[in-house]
Design a protein around this ligand. Structure first.
Ligand code: KE4
Length: 424
């Protein structure tokens, strides 16, 4: 596969930006090759600067549920651009998007728009602390909620004591307010509440974990989180940056029938533009400035271009709810192909799939928690990644990410992908 132009661009990029990228996962660090520089995308395909085309299952890590360069989304964005990119003043588009979000996700009675999932989760946590007057937060090992300081932590030596930073540049003091539990392990959550009585402001959780690969909540786990937070005067924050508008118009909370106190959205809600949202119970959101004392702001928050992309994307999803059934069916076909490949070749492989999200873990273990996910053979994954890429299939350059199916993935391209999976 000719990657000469990508390699040249990468060489220059490494001199200009850390690792030559603007987000670490793009550097292909765990798959042993230089990253590809993308020239353009259309539908379910992306094309690199050397002219190689790929069926794309990264979909920009989730936003691309309608495929690349959807004509109606592009039209909405271009029209908005001609009316002015940003004013730093309210526009009717923010009302329209906020109303659409509430229509699809009724628990989001009141919302605030921001520019990234990181901003959304950071702000939701601040709102939870402002509302409860408490400082501590529980997150789950292997769940990722963006790169705000307090969330870049790992469990301390004794998991029930203080967490420690999981990144350079994060003061130990920032980490101490974040407690780390284990996904699908109710006892690990109970113990933190028992050991930090009345100090916990909220739990933040990906209702379907997708940042350790896709790991589903076991039956009753989300109900347990709902109950233990309510029983202890803490809030439940669903980080639906990936699952929002992905699992359905109502996201994971509709899929599992759980009503969180706060929700964060990103990716699809902006239709591929820099847009994210946090929101939830009105009595909590009214603590946010300028109404309340929880300060949060943003120059480009809710800007007319990003809101136009989000509005059109959600309208298109609402106009054809059959999209969700179709992309789930396609994801199921891919999952079945991975399982058939594993059976045919004796490759240790565990597949998790829900809706249009799936992950193939190169492990013989069941993957229902962090330990299961990290038991995967990342070298085997890297070899798989390169086999797929050389065959024109672009999957996540990391074992611990999700595979995304979009409405643009045609049955023919799913068949092509299945053929590559079975004969890799
Ligand atoms: P951003 O700040 O990257 O917009 O969103 C952070 C975030 C928050 N919550 C969840 C559940 C997320 O998955 C993310 C970001 N997702 C990663 C991919 N798994 C973004 C890709 C990247 O970091 O380049």
């Amino acid at each position: 596969m000719n990657t000469r132009k990508s390699d040249e661009l990468y060489k220059v990029a490494k001199d200009l930006m850390p690792g030559g990228v603007n987000s670490p996962v793009r550097a292909f660090g765990s798959v042993g090759r230089n990253p590809l520089f993308i020239d353009h995308g259309k539908g379910d395909r992306i094309y690199d600067v050397d002219g190689n085309g790929y069926i794309d299952y990264v979909c920009s890590w989730g936003p691309g549920i309608l495929g690349h360069a959807h004509p109606e989304v592009i039209e909405a964005v271009v029209k908005a651009c001609y009316d002015g990119l940003t004013f730093g003043a309210p526009t009717g588009k923010e009302n329209q998007l906020a109303a659409l979000i509430r229509e699809c996700i009724p628990s989001m009675e009141m919302v605030r728009m921001v520019n990234s999932g990181t901003e959304a989760t950071m702000s939701a946590i601040r709102a939870a602390r402002g509302y409860t007057g408490r400082d501590k937060i529980i997150k789950f090992k292997g769940c990722y909620h963006g790169h705000s300081d307090g969330l870049l932590v790992q469990a301390g030596s004794a998991a029930l004591t203080q967490s420690v930073p999981d990144s350079g540049g994060v003061p130990a003091s920032y980490a101490q307010q974040t407690l780390v539990a284990l996904f699908n392990d109710e006892d690990s959550v109970r113990e933190l509440f028992e050991n930090n009585k009345d100090e916990i402001a909220a739990i933040i959780v990906e209702p379907v974990a997708a940042n350790m690969g896709v790991v589903l909540p076991q039956d009753g786990f989300l109900t347990f989180l709902r109950d233990i937070t309510s029983d202890n005067g803490a809030l439940l924050i669903f980080d639906e940056v990936i699952t929002g508008f992905r699992l359905g118009l109502g996201g994971a909370q509709e899929w599992f029938g759980i009503k969180p106190d706060l929700t964060t959205l990103g990716k699809i809600v902006g239709g591929g533009m820099p847009m994210a949202v946090y929101g939830g119970r009105r009595d909590i959101m009214e603590k946010v400035a300028p109404v309340g004392k929880v300060y949060q702001a943003g120059t480009l928050s809710g800007n007319p271009v990003a809101t136009s992309a989000g509005i059109r994307t959600i309208e298109l999803l609402q106009s054809d709810p059959g999209i969700y059934t179709r992309i789930e069916e396609r994801a199921k076909r891919l999952a079945a192909a991975f399982r058939e490949y594993a059976k045919k070749t004796g490759t240790p492989l565990h597949v998790n799939q829900i809706g249009s999200l799936l992950s193939a873990f190169f492990t013989g273990q069941d993957v229902h928690d962090y330990a299961g996910a990290v038991s995967s053979d990342t070298d085997a994954y890297a070899k798989y990644f390169n086999r797929m890429l050389e065959s024109g299939i672009y999957v996540a350059p990391s074992q611990f990410e999700a595979m995304f199916v979009s409405n643009a993935h045609t049955e023919e391209d799913i068949d092509t992908t299945i053929n590559v999976i079975l004969n890799q």
